[in-house]
Design a protein around this ligand. Structure first.
Ligand SMILES: Cc1ncc(C[n+]2csc(CCOP(=O)(O)OP(=O)(O)O)c2C)c(N)n1
Ligand code: SF4
Length: 301
């Protein structure tokens, strides 16, 4: 189903570039779910900026018709924030892998959360470094065997959901391409959320990922929050649920702030307006320059 609400069609958001992901890679599903969500949101492609780092998943901007920036490993978030602050009217989405977001780029995450810049961050979490051929990633379970952990990993994994909730993220969700309708609904809600929104997508790597992280296993083990009586407005309940990461596959919105505060970009814009209103009029500035012509740095108001 490609035709959607708002007179937009998911196909409008897919570029002509053919993805070079391995056949069966979960990222195909994320791309489809994202284009469906964007069609439902209804902003035209030229009003959207999609920023990524480096990795298989980070190729996603090129496969859409939005403005795209396949940037530097781990740096999607600072670039996305810069874009949003420079042009707050753009709808800004950052995307990438678990290595990109939680290893090399992990230092940026607390700051984008505490600033609450109005952007959506989609992590395609496959518990492995796909692009560089299967090294251990920060979300891989204890004991995971990879080329860089041949005897099994000795490191406890990062829990992305708990991590962003603990830092105060106001929209936190998880999805999987094993449930395409659920995933596009989650992405749409995240994009519409007024503030920083985080979506962890369990997106299987068919080439280097573990068998228990493939779509078949997701379909068998899927637990949907939409199907139980779950209220996503309680951070502590969401944090308790997030503890299941790596053991159970819960999908849906874990936490959504019922009264989100103004975003950082809105506050910056407000302050810029106030400063502009207080600024000296242009004529007075020119008068001061004329008075002190030839004496740089000695102007007095
Ligand atoms: C500064 C820097 N360090 C390391 C790399 C090599 N590198 C490229 S992608 C990547 C990890 C990819 O894994 P992930 O971010 O989880 O994305 P995936 O490929 O699994 O989608 C690494 C280590 C790089 N490109 N730049
Ligand atoms: S290596 Fe893994 S993550 Fe990369 S395209 Fe192939 S299946 Fe996808």
């Amino acid at each position: 189903m490609d035709a959607t609400r708002n007179g937009h069609d998911a196909r409008e958001y897919k570029s002509d570039l053919k993805p070079i992901w391995c056949p069966g890679c979960g990222d195909f599903g994320v791309l489809t779910a994202l284009t469906r969500a964007l069609a439902n949101v209804g902003r035209p492609p030229h009003e959207i900026a999609l920023v990524s780092g480096i990795g298989c998943s980070s190729r996603i901007p090129g496969y859409t018709t939005a403005y795209g920036f396949n940037s530097v490993h781990g740096r999607a978030l600072p670039i996305a924030q810069g874009i949003k602050l420079a042009n707050p009217d753009l709808l800004v989405i950052a995307a990438g892998g678990d290595g990109d977001g939680f290893s090399i780029g992990g230092g940026h995450l607390p700051h984008v959360v505490r600033r609450n810049v109005d952007l959506t961050y989609i992590v395609m979490d496959n518990q492995v470094y796909g692009l560089t051929k299967g090294q251990l990633s920060p979300t891989a379970a204890l004991g995971t065997h990879t080329v860089t952990s041949p005897e099994g990993s000795l490191e406890a994994p990062v829990n992305p959901l708990l991590y962003v909730l603990a830092y105060g993220a106001r929209f936190v969700a998880q999805g999987t391409p094993a449930d395409m309708a659920g995933l596009s609904a989650i992405l749409e809600e995240a994009i519409r959320f007024p503030g920083f929104a985080f979506v962890n997508v369990q997106s299987p790597c068919v080439t280097f990922g573990a068998p228990e992280q493939q779509l078949k296993a997701h379909k068998e083990g899927l637990k949907q929050l939409a199907k139980i009586d779950y209220d996503p407005t309680h951070r502590m309940k969401a944090m308790a649920l997030a503890q299941t990461y790596g053991r159970e596959l819960w999908t849906g919105v874990f936490y959504r702030d019922p009264s989100p505060p103004p975003t950082y970009d809105a506050l910056v814009r407000e302050r810029q307006r106030a400063l502009a209103a207080d600024a000296l009029p242009r004529e007075r500035i020119l008068e001061l320059f004329a008075q002190h012509d030839g004496e740089p740095g000695r102007a007095e108001a």
